[in-house]
Ligand binder design. Sequence first.
Ligand code: HEC
Length: 119
Amino acid sequence: MKITVAAAILFLFAASSWVSAQTAPGNPRAGLAVYEKHCLRCHGSNLDGKGPDSQDLIVRPANLQSVNSRAKTDWELLVTISNGALFTPMHGFRGKLTDQQMLDVLSYIRSVAPFDAVS
Ligand code: HEC
């Protein structure tokens, strides 16, 4: 019992630091390679949502540099990267990318468009 409680506390501690961390525990350099391969065609080389394929989409890719996207937490962005956005061309990358690759690409995004709650 004691061990279970300790494990649960440890888990909550680890999970909450991950969820609340505004600096993603990923590698932005590795993330750039993931971004160029899987995201650039829609979100564009400047993360402004104007990639080469973006014109063809009914729901335009998010401008990850926008005030709106920058105000979202790492966790919110990660959920969209992993699960996708319903009824849009943004499909989920879970299964296509490893967890580490998703953290890497997130940290690349944050290195270019840092979290900013108040801008
Ligand atoms: C086929 C085009 C396409 C590709 C490829 C794509 N996205 Fe998206 N993405 C979209 C669209 C469209 C939206 C906007 C959905 C909406 O308006 O709700 C979006 C939304 C997002 C959001 C949410 C932004 C916000 O402010 O909530 C994130 C984060 C994101 N994409 C990251 C990525 C990453 C990382 C990759 C590559 C691993 C990627 N996307 C690949 C089209 C794409």
